[in-house]
Design a protein around this ligand. Sequence first.
Ligand code: GRF
Length: 209
Amino acid sequence: MRAAVLVSGGGTNLQALLDAQKAGQIPGVEFVLVISNRKQAYALERARLAGIEGVYLPTVRYENREEYHMALRDLLLDHHIDVILLAGFLVVLGKPVMEAFAGRILNIHPSLIPSFCGDGFYGLKVHEEVLRRGVKVTGATVHFVDEGTDTGPIILQKAVDVAQDDTPETLQKRVMEQAEWVIFPKAVALFAAGRLKIENGRVRILEEE
Ligand code: GRF
């Protein structure tokens, strides 16, 4: 199965995926393409170091949103991509990509959905809001992507305690280390093994054969 990872930032989730694959934890998956909408994203450097093709695809190069998403779709199709992994990609996927890859797009979100998600909840903002609200437990979620923002069927979640003295930065780091980098590779492995079944909008994890 050929995977593309879409990024905008540091790419620590990309790295977690590459490390897990190297360690034999994601059998059957080959990471063949990394796409970033930001030129300075360190994720592109991580791709280069891993010997994976990295493509900088900025939205400004295109007339409108539709054209960008058609170009993105074509790039993915040209590379014979089977599954798209959103690892901090800050562009909301458009219809062309959604239609061509329906049921084959996974996203990692740094909260326990349905809390602290949806429009405007991304990056540090999620953790700022978690601290502002004073919840004691947060975490991360891997889900299938549908036409809404963070509304698709939930695949895996992992909880992380909020510490009294957390700042958005310390909390973000703990959520990444303890939850995101753990559940994203696991979810990709389950998907690649054909063990994720959607029933009535919910994910059932099938037993290993
Ligand atoms: C992560 O917190 C991820 O959950 C969110 O964006 C961030 C990306 O970080 N969607 P990185 O680029 O993987 O380091």
